[in-house]
Design a protein around this ligand. Structure first.
Ligand code: GLY
Length: 560
């Protein structure tokens, strides 16, 4: 009788996992783009409707976000894509910014060896060599099917026509107003006040994009645009030169791939920490069967938190630009090693981060960066995350060229043991060197189930990106939520240091927090951050696509 009940419960559980959650997001038959702004999603979707593939749509969407979502979409930043072609071939592209040639390990330290406040975060000194334009041309050259002019013209038209300011955007511009003026003076476009419903036109950006359309990658990295850009950054006190721009190359890299139960997960490799860290989190969770617990219950939160704590401790110590440091991939991704890391995990009490590593720091909330997911009618998929690092990057805005510059240099470890703007403590592996790429948390991810395309997922959120992507995948796979519900579900975060669990303000009961506190967890209750802003696609068994466009932003899915 006992065996029969165990069998029935197991059967119920298996059936529950096999049930297909009814879609609650937009469903389309053929193709879809989900991004931070409807204008960008529509341009990408239209490209596919006129015969372009997902890679063509990536080029247009990426650049359209620079117009429609300058908070994080960019020409002056960088990013990563992970792709899966309809024949199952996978790959990744690294168009991450680089340290300029003039950079050196102690460039952000004063004569006493202390980190100089703001130098790696605000203004021209914070700017790394941008990679985005090289990224879109690398994608187009390898996989594009339509002429570049067909992809860029709608983006140029959008820049000329302008973009209507949303309520959320008006609030963001107001929030950063003083910083814009401090960095750029009071006569640039973003020194003005904008209210919801206003239209912001970008004629200067349209001109820059036209040069790029006519001259290709060199239209940005060489010639007039490059000279204007380098001169502008240097006049403002920064380090990027025409030589830095001319030398920039995007790099194709093999993604991190691993199995979790019946899923195959494909995510970005270093210099993004996303793939390795998410691999570690999933592999530490796997033996404990998180799906047996209620969604966001104390046990599920504890299990996830303890895996994240250990994975982030490794992230911060071992990971950096693989062209500069040796990363012990074999060990970091080894099942036995990861199971060993969880040997002292107990549901009775929290592990202390001080028993896993060192440090005492503050975390800063963030939903900077932006992610978009694309699936085309042929079944090609792209997961792309792109960033200026902080909101509007370094706040340095080239009025002449029409775009913001990144503050990505802050993603390096300026000084081992001192946290960056995301509260992440770095080590030697992520120290600054000329032409080195700074470590990222961006986690563009694609999931296969039974060998078929299943999910395309990613998010902004600085250090919280990895946990937000992992929770979204678990929400669909373990807790049987639809794509839209999985994206909207409340999220929590732990990153080893500071040793605290951060919960989104809505959706977690006080009783849960009290239960965790009684077990020794430190709960961050002062701040009310949004954790991530996930844009994702689920492929349903009949081949239709369900969007998850995050309710936390103006994010929107468009498809056909
Ligand atoms: N700038 C955020 C990241 O790359 O993780």
């Amino acid at each position: 009788m006992r065996y029969l009940s165990v069998f029935c419960i197991a059967l119920l559980f298996i059936n529950c996992k096999q049930q297909i959650a009814t879609p609650t997001g937009l469903v389309t038959e053929n193709a879809m783009v989900v991004s931070a702004r409807e204008e960008a999603s529509k341009i990408g979707s239209d490209i596919m409707a006129t015969g372009g593939n997902a890679f063509d749509a990536m080029v247009a969407t990426e650049l359209a976000l620079a117009v429609a979502y300058p908070f994080a979409g960019n020409l002056g930043g960088g990013g990563f894509i992970v792709y899966r072609k309809n024949n199952g071939e996978t790959g990744g592209l690294d168009y991450r910014e680089k340290a300029p040639l003039a950079a050196h390990k102690d460039m952000y330290l004063d004569s006493l060896g202390n980190v100089i406040p703001d130098m790696s975060t605000v203004g021209a000194t914070a700017v790394g060599v941008p990679g985005t334009v090289a990224g879109v041309f690398a994608v187009h050259e390898k996989f594009g099917s339509l002429p570049i002019a067909e992809l860029l013209q709608p983006v140029i038209d959008l820049a000329k026509r302008g973009v209507v300011v949303t309520e959320k955007q008006a609030k963001r511009i107001e929030y950063y107003h003083d910083r814009f003026v401090e960095v750029n003076g009071d006569s640039t476009k973003f020194a003005q006040a904008f209210k919801p419903g206003d239209t912001i036109k970008y004629p200067e950006l349209a001109k820059t994009l036209t040069t790029i359309m006519e001259q290709g990658k060199d239209g940005f990295y060489k010639g007039e645009v490059a000279e204007k850009l380098a001169t502008f950054i240097q006049e403002k006190g920064g380090f990027v030169t025409v030589e830095d721009l001319a030398k920039y190359e995007a790099k194709w890299r093999d993604p991190i791939e691993f199995d979790y139960e019946d899923l195959h997960i494909i995510s970005m490799s270093p210099p993004s920490s996303g793939g390795v860290t998410i691999n570690q989190i999933f592999k530490m969770i796997e033996p404990h069967d998180i799906g047996q617990f209620e969604h966001n219950s104390a046990q599920a939160v504890q299990l996830f938190t303890e895996a994240a704590r250990r994975a982030y401790a490794d992230r911060n110590y071992f990971l950096g630009d693989p062209d500069f440091v040796d990363i012990p991939f074999d060990v970091l991704q080894d099942d036995a090693y990861l199971h060993g890391r969880m040997a002292d995990f107990s549901f009775d009490k929290a592990t202390l981060s001080s028993d896993v590593g060192h440090g005492e720091i503050e975390i800063v909330e963030s939903m900077e960066t932006t992610h978009y997911s694309i699936v085309d009618a042929q079944g090609n998929a792209i997961s792309a995350t792109t960033t200026l690092n902080g909101g509007y990057g370094s706040k340095l805005y080239s009025e002449e060229l029409g775009f913001f510059l990144n503050n990505e240099m802050d993603d390096f470890s300026s000084k081992p043991g001192v946290p960056n703007m995301f509260g992440l403590i770095g080590a030697e592996a992520n120290s600054i060197a000329p032409e080195k790429r700074m470590l990222s948390s961006m986690t563009p991810t694609i999931v296969e189930k039974d060998g078929k395309l299943y999910l395309v997922v990613g998010t902004p959120g600085g250090s919280t990106i990895i946990t937000a992507v992992a929770q979204t995948i678990l929400n669909v796979h373990e807790f049987n939520l639809s794509m839209q519900d999985a994206v909207n579900a409340p999220r929590f975060h732990h990153q080893w240091l500071p040793d605290m669990v951060i919960f989104e303000p809505e959706g977690f009961a006080n009783t849960l927090k009290e239960d965790l506190k009684s077990k020794g967890y430190i709960i961050n209750e002062e701040r009310t951050p949004i954790i991530g802003k996930v844009d994702a696609i689920r492929i349903l068994p009949d081949g239709t696509l369900e969007a998850g466009a995050d309710k936390r932003g103006d994010d929107k899915a468009v498809g056909f």
